[in-house]
Design a protein. Structure first.
Length: 232
C-alpha cells in the first residue's frame, strides 16, 4: 500500500514539474514576441528549445486553442509556431548581423524563407531588404530566377546589387501605376490626388532610369575590362 502511494507521489511531482516547465516556456515565448525582427527570431529559437526539452506530446499544449493548454498560452497555433521556427533556423535570416535589417513581421519573414539564399544575401547587401519591407516587395524577390553565387569581386557584385534594386523598383512602379489607372477608370479617386500619384510615379521612374544608365555603364566597363584581359 505504501509503495503504491509512493509511486503516485512521484508521478504527481513529475506532472507538476512538467506543468511548471510548460508554463515557463510559454511565458518566455510570450515575452519574446515583441515587434522587432530580433524578438521574432528569439521567439522561434525558444520554440525550438521548448520542443526539445518538453516531454513527448506536451509541446502542443503551449498554444492557444489546445484543449489542455497552459494557463497563459502562446497567442497562436502550431502552424504559426512552425513558421517562426523555420525563420529562426534559416541560414541567412537567422544571422545576428542581419536582424536590424529585417522586417519586424513574422509573416513577411516567413515569406522570405522561400527566397533562394544567394538572392537574399544580394538583396540584403543592396538594401532591398529593410524593416519597412512589404509582402509585395518579397514577391519580387520570390519571382526572380535562382542564380549562381557571384564571383568574389566587389566591382562585379556592385552592378548585380544595382540590378536587383532596379528590378524591384520597376515592379513596384508598374503595380502602382496599374492601381492608379484602375482607380481613375472606376472614378474612385479625386483627380487632384490622381495627378499627385502620377507625378510621384513619374519622378520615381526617372530615378530608376538613372540607375539603369549606371548599370549600363558598369556592365560596359566590366565587359571592356574582361575583353582586354582575354586579348592579352
Amino acid at each position: 500500500m505504501a509503495r503504491g502511494k509512493s509511486r503516485r507521489s512521484l508521478e504527481s511531482i513529475a506532472d507538476a514539474n512538467t506543468e511548471e516547465m510548460l508554463q515557463g516556456h510559454a511565458d518566455m515565448i510570450n515575452t519574446a514576441l515583441a515587434r522587432s525582427a530580433e524578438a521574432i527570431l528569439d521567439a522561434g529559437r525558444r520554440l525550438i528549445l521548448a520542443k526539445h526539452e518538453l516531454p513527448h506530446g506536451h509541446w502542443e499544449r503551449l498554444f492557444q486553442g489546445h484543449p489542455d493548454a497552459v494557463k497563459r498560452p502562446v497567442p497562436f497555433g502550431v502552424r504559426t509556431a512552425q513558421r517562426l521556427m523555420a525563420v529562426a533556423e534559416h541560414p541567412v535570416l537567422s544571422k545576428t548581423t542581419h536582424a536590424s535589417l529585417l522586417p519586424p513581421r513574422w509573416d513577411t519573414l516567413y515569406q522570405l524563407t522561400a527566397v533562394p539564399d544567394i538572392t537574399l544575401e544580394r538583396a540584403i547587401a543592396a538594401g532591398a531588404i529593410h524593416p519597412g519591407m512589404t509582402r509585395r516587395e518579397v514577391a519580387v524577390l520570390r519571382e526572380m530566377p535562382e542564380e549562381k553565387p557571384p564571383r568574389p569581386d566587389a566591382e562585379l557584385v556592385a552592378p548585380m546589387n544595382q540590378e536587383l534594386r532596379l528590378r524591384a523598383t520597376i515592379y513596384l512602379l508598374e503595380e502602382a501605376l496599374d492601381e492608379v489607372d484602375k482607380a481613375v477608370e472606376a472614378k474612385t479617386i479625386d483627380p487632384a490626388e490622381a495627378i499627385r500619384y502620377y507625378t510621384g510615379i513619374a519622378e520615381m521612374a526617372t530615378e530608376a532610369a538613372g540607375l539603369a544608365v549606371k548599370i549600363q555603364v558598369n556592365a560596359q566597363r566590366q565587359a571592356g575590362r574582361l575583353l582586354a584581359e582575354v586579348e592579352r
